[in-house]
Design a protein around this ligand. Structure first.
Ligand code: PMP
Length: 360
């Protein structure tokens, strides 16, 4: 068996130890005679898996007691509708900070449920920088302010937490959740699809402050109503049980590896290997403002796009896959989430150096 270095933006590489443990437990979980996939979500075995997964999510992210942790379905794009359905009804208005493709999508979707407006946009920099808070035009009557904490396609990331005063801050953290410690108390709602740093696709982690429950628009489907899901401990309908179980194994792995502080250190070191090389290269470039560079998704361009295919094929031949950038921006992208080992990044940088020497 040969595992490749998988630089996919998501679903993304998972810790090998987690996959091995899941394989060991596949047919018979802890002697109960069945797979987690086959268990009733209301039985004591799955309930114990669920309780541990939730408690680890709370512990790793230091979630305060006045927040609910929900495991939902519909992915982050589902949350683009679920957030306004649950929150916009408070005033009918919401502010969006647009920093790339994912926040653009969030804004567009919210417009179906109320008056969603742009409070700030990175368009002047062609989305290569996060607009400074001093440039934001916030509406004091907005029900919430929405940001995307890491734009997976453009590779721009907030390395600071916006201050939105008494207006709740809502963040799509799909591609940087659990990559470093965060102060949950600064947010009203945090949501993230699991398929980058937390497990397989199919489950969305949602963290909601208690006072934001109970404001859903009447059209909100019950399964997407935060209050209904909170009252039913995420089991109003059948939750994505297997995805939750794997997320729990990933959380155990993160905890055993030193928690989010250790993830932060490891991620900063990995990203520096790539950015330092990009800064000294005369052949590869990164276009993102230094202060806003993503530690999770490193975008880069070859001097000559005609060489892109050769670069991707050469990487593949060396066991490095999924490096092609998103079709909307072109170039390359190395997604280096928690589970990407430093060896993967070192192998990529060595290959890039070699490629440059051959083509410069
Ligand atoms: N937001 C961000 C930041 C993402 O990276 C993605 C997926 N790559 C999404 C939203 C959409 O997530 P999903 O496909 O789970 O709906």
């Amino acid at each position: 068996m040969t595992r490749v270095f998988n630089f996919s933006p998501g679903p993304a590489t998972l810790p090998e130890a987690v996959l091995r443990r899941a394989a060991d437990e596949m047919l018979d979980w802890h002697g109960c005679g069945m797979s987690v996939m086959e268990m009733s979500h209301r039985g004591k075995d799955f309930m114990s898996i669920f309780a541990e997964t939730e408690s680890l999510a709370r512990e790793l992210l230091a979630v305060p007691a006045n927040y609910k942790v929900l495991f939902m379905q519909g992915g982050a794009l589902g949350e683009n509708a679920i957030v306004p359905m649950n929150l916009i009804g408070r005033t009918g208005k919401a502010d969006y900070v647009v920093t790339g493709d994912w926040s653009k999508k969030s804004l567009k979707e919210a417009g179906k449920y109320g008056a969603a407006r742009i409070a700030a946009s990175g368009d002047a920099s062609n989305f290569t920088a996060i607009p400074k808070q001093s440039e934001w035009k916030l509406d004091p009557a907005a029900s919430y302010v929405h940001i995307c904490s890491n734009e997976t396609i453009g590779g721009v990331e907030y390395h600071w937490t916006p201050d939105t005063g008494s207006t709740p801050l809502v963040a799509d953290m799909s591609s940087n959740i659990m990559s470093r410690p965060i102060d949950v108390s600064r947010y009203g709602v945090i949501y993230a699809g699991a398929q980058k740093n937390m497990g397989p696709s199919g489950v969305t982690l949602v963290i909601v402050r208690d006072d934001l429950l109970g404001h859903a628009l009447p059209i909100t489907p019950s399964a997407f109503n935060y209050q209904v899901q909170a009252e039913n401990e995420s089991m109003y309908n059948t939750p994505p049980t297997y995805a939750i179980y794997i997320a729990g194994l990933v959380y155990q792995h993160i905890k055993a590896s030193g928690g989010l502080a250790a993830m932060e250190k490891h991620n900063a070191q990995k990203a520096a290997l790539l950015y330092d090389f990009l800064d000294e290269s005369r052949f590869f470039t990164n276009k993102v403002a230094k202060a806003d560079r993503s530690l999770m998704n490193v975008t880069f361009w070859l001097k000559d796009a005609a060489l892109d295919d050769e670069f991707v094929k050469g990487a593949q031949a060396r066991g490095m896959v999924q490096l092609k950038g998103h079709r909307s921006v072109g170039g390359m992208r190395a997604s280096i989430y928690n589970a990407m080992p430093a060896e993967g990044v070192k192998a990529l940088v060595a290959y890039m150096k070699d490629f440059e020497a051959r083509h410069a």
